[in-house]
Design a protein around this ligand. Structure first.
Ligand SMILES: Cc1cc2nc3c(=O)[nH]c(=O)nc-3n(C[C@H](O)[C@H](O)[C@H](O)COP(=O)(O)OP(=O)(O)OC[C@H]3O[C@@H](n4cnc5c(N)ncnc54)[C@H](O)[C@@H]3O)c2cc1C
Length: 436
């Protein structure tokens, strides 16, 4: 282990922590990057795809070295019913050319590499080390500032500033009084299985060339009646299968995460994509879904919060926003060091940076989404069912004119539920479904 005093301590070596630690070390700050897992990524998983452009803000041309799986060229959303799916999507072969768009990534491979870039820049990485609590020092009669952390070994590490990049559960952020306890209704619980399959099989099954990847998002029937999503990502030699939703609904319905996954995989349109694939790993993880209204206080005296701990998630984006917020935090910490002042007044610049960001615009735009799902908890299922029923009738060949057929489709749609509820469901559904 290193010394017991650093300019900055970063808690958590996920994308937010590693990006911040790397950037601060590049700015000649002494940095300790502390991770409770045996190695970065060992506690982590995501779907998932990593967006190129935000990641390149941290490491330009990272794709030349980073352990990535496939360049995503095909994105689809399936609205699913019991034996059918309405599919929308886009295939862009340009996305398999430098500088690319997104990559499928396995976090247990990517996170150690990313943390290693921070180490190469000069940060000190400590693994298998849990930060138990924050350490404060008095700065006046009534005031105090965060001045370090206490580890599970009892050791204290002093620092001018602590960056909390501790992920969704954010226990230290709560302990610092920067946010309230997170409610199950503000968390999505996801389960994931990685299933091994030879590259050629993946490519023929998903209509890909070597190096190209696909991501299919799935809504509706296979989700066991829980508001959430499922998804499939192709890796080099494996497929990631992910499903989950609001934690409070999972608890209320008494479904175990394992059941959720099994039911999802059993759907006949999904099982054929997975046929013959061998289980490699199984993990569960949460995503903070409190949205704009539950963003914590992002700074305090001697402390900042980044990534999932700061609720920086929008749609399917989280890892890249973690990287960006980590970089912003590092930038403001460098300014604080130049001013030799780590008070909230200086660190407030971080909040300003985030509030003016493009992603905050997205987060703000969807600030009512949680409420929407509370009020319309059956909406995803009704909308996916309606889409499938309509498509079924549309594609089914009959002895009707096209005009009569459309009339029947409209009539059946309006018979599904009272007209005002249908109109209201559709209106709110379309408004809230912005990003898939
Ligand atoms: C199923 C699923 C699918 C997703 N899909 C995508 C996707 O396709 N694209 C995308 O961009 N994002 C996706 N996300 C979101 C993305 O994974 C997160 O937004 C991202 O990981 C947040 O990064 P972070 O660094 O803030 O936190 P994390 O990645 O959670 O890292 C936090 C780290 O802190 C460590 N830690 C916590 N507490 C302590 C402590 N007290 N002491 C020491 N270490 C500690 C943890 O072990 C962990 O390594 C997905 C998430 C899930 C769950």
């Amino acid at each position: 282990m290193g010394h017991d005093r650093y300019d900055a301590v970063v808690v958590g070596a996920g994308p937010a922590g590693s990006a911040a630690a790397m950037s601060m070390a590049q700015n000649n700050l002494s940095v300790a990057l502390i991770e409770r897992g045996e190695q970065p990524g060992s506690k982590n998983m995501f779907g998932g795809s990593l967006s190129r452009k935000p990641t390149a803000e941290a490491i330009p041309e990272f794709w030349k070295e980073a352990p990535l799986e496939r360049a995503i060229v095909n994105e689809e959303l399936w609205l699913m019913d019991k034996t059918s799916a309405v599919k929308v999507g886009f295939t862009g072969l340009e996305f398999n050319k430098s500088p690319y768009n997104k990559f499928s990534v396995i976090r247990s491979k990517f996170d150690p590499w990313f943390a290693d870039q921070a180490v190469k820049a000069g940060a000190q990485l400590m693994t298998s080390t849990l930060v138990e609590e924050l350490v404060y020092e008095k700065t006046g009669l009534l005031n105090k500032k965060v001045a370090g952390v206490e580890l599970d070994s009892g050791e204290i590490i002093h620092a001018d500033v602590v960056l909390l990049a501790e992920g969704a559960s954010a226990a230290l952020t709560q302990e610092a009084g920067l946010r309230e306890e997170i409610k199950p209704s503000s968390l999505f619980l996801y389960v994931k299985e990685e299933l091994g399959l030879p590259a050629e099989k993946i490519e023929s099954r998903f209509n890909l060339e070597p190096g190209e990847g696909a991501n299919i998002g799935m809504l509706g029937y296979p989700g066991s009646g829980i508001i959430g999503k499922g998804g499939i990502w192709t890796n080099q030699e494996s497929i990631s299968v992910v499903v989950g939703g609001y934690l409070n609904q999972i608890i209320n319905k008494g479904v175990s995460p394992y059941q959720l996954l099994s039911r999802f995989k059993e759907h006949s349109l999904i099982s054929r994509l997975l046929a013959g694939a061998e289980p490699i790993a199984y993990k569960a993880h949460t995503i903070p879904k409190g949205g704009y209204n539950e963003i914590p206080q992002l700074y305090g005296d001697g402390v900042l919060v980044a990534g999932d701990a700061a609720m920086m998630v929008t749609g399917r984006r989280g890892a890249d926003l973690a990287i960006l917020t980590g970089l912003y935090a590092a930038e403001v910490i460098a300014q604080a060091r130049a001013a030799q002042d780590y008070s909230a007044e200086i660190l407030k610049g971080y909040e300003k940076r985030i509030m003016n960001s493009f992603f905050m615009e997205n987060i703000k735009e969807h600030k009512d989404r949680k409420e929407y799902y509370q009020n319309y908890s059956d909406s995803d299922f009704l909308l996916t069912k309606a889409a499938n029923d309509a498509a079924y009738r549309f594609f089914k060949v009959g002895l009707q004119s096209k005009k009569d057929k459309m009339k029947t489709i409209r009539k059946d749609l309006f018979n599904m539920q009272p007209t005002d509820k249908l109109v209201s469901d559709l209106y709110h559904g379309l408004k809230n479904w912005g990003d898939f």
